[in-house]
Design a protein around this ligand. Structure first.
Ligand SMILES: [Fe+2]
Length: 334
């Protein structure tokens, strides 16, 4: 209860105490502010507007700055509607005109406390809701990642070569993408797409996956299917990552249009798929395959450069070389 008139202050305090509430009295805005700073938030505050040391309007502003949820009722002169309106604009919950009628004070105090309760409840529900939504989102992402890992493990169990390949391709791809200027969430989509780019090989016959030596045309057609099958398998999981799906579908396209499954050309190939194409080839060349031994990182990079502009995107090859300047650190481990 803030008023420089001790008689009014006392009378008002008694009304409030009659409501079963404890009161603290202050003779000025400055004193009231000091009390707030010492005691913390007080649910309801009634303050006179005209006081010598820090007037009520200044106090209102400062108090709400400290505790935005405080219910503050202002006491104004009967003729002082402008000030009353100003106080409401500043966030006062209500105002009472002097001279005060105690019945009115009781009613206003009840109303103010009710309002404050509503505001606090609302805030509580809102905060709770936000926390729950965040929690659900987190769990969704977690189960997505678990699902992804299960798929990758299933493929690795079937195809010895893939073991470690997905993870390396993913790391090569992300660093290359950073070099190309990708940031933030986009890198997560690239990581995901790279990790899963060959997942369609789950449907490829094992004899073909592990065949030493060249493939027959029929076998090659069969292996090509892993791009479309991968996209089909993942589409229900990755509805929010169109980029990852594009990577899975288009990582075997070639700049000159001789790739598969859509024979896209140049810029018609999604850029992220062009990245995976380069790093996928690099990893394939620098790892032992069923049908041939590995090449050195320098030889592999030469090969990428030689095929830049026909098979691979030149800009991506340059970015890859820029991202991994120290060839002695390559190939990356598992
Ligand atoms: Fe592939």
């Amino acid at each position: 209860m803030v008023d420089d008139d001790a008689a009014v202050r006392r009378a008002m305090a008694r009304v409030i105490e009659g409501h079963g509430l404890a009161t603290i009295e202050a003779a000025s805005g400055a004193e009231a502010l000091a009390i707030l700073q010492r005691e913390g938030e007080i649910p309801l505050c009634i303050s006179d507007v005209h006081m010598a040391e820090m007037d009520g309007v200044t106090f209102l502003r400062e108090a709400l700055g400290l505790y935005p949820d405080m219910a503050i009722i202002m006491l104004t002169g009967v003729a002082d509607v402008t000030t009353a309106v100003e106080c409401l604009k500043l966030g006062a919950l209500d105002y009472i005109s002097k001279p005060v009628v105690m019945e009115e004070v009781r009613a206003r105090v009840d109303k103010a406390l009710e309002k404050r309760q509503l505001v606090l409840q609302n805030r509580f529900y809102q905060k709770n809701l936000e926390t729950r939504v965040r929690e659900l989102d987190r769990r969704n992402k977690e189960s997505l990642i678990n699902g992804v890992q299960t798929l990758v493990h299933a493929l690795e169990a079937k195809d010895a070569y893939t073991s470690g390949h997905s993870s390396r391709v993913s790391r090569y791809a992300v660093k290359t993408a950073v070099q190309l200027g990708y940031v933030g969430e986009l890198l997560n989509h690239i990581r995901l797409g790279a990790e899963l780019h060959d997942i369609g090989k789950i449907g490829t016959r094992e004899a073909i996956l592990n065949k030493p030596g060249p493939l027959s045309p029929e076998e090659f057609e069969h292996i090509k299917e892993h791009t479309l099958l991968g996209e089909k398998i993942l589409a229900p999981f990755l509805s929010e990552s169109a980029m990852a799906l594009r990577i899975v579908r288009s990582h075997h396209e070639r700049i000159d249009g001789a790739g598969f499954p859509d024979a896209l050309q140049g810029d018609g190939i999604p850029r992220e798929a062009r990245i995976i194409s380069v790093v996928d080839a690099f990893d394939a060349m620098t790892t032992n395959r069923a049908y041939r031994p590995s090449r050195s990182p320098a030889e592999a990079l030469d090969e990428l450069r030689r095929c830049a502009g026909t098979h691979f995107d030149t800009e991506v090859v340059d970015a890859f070389a820029g991202a991994f300047r120290d060839l002695t650190a390559l190939p990356l481990g598992r």
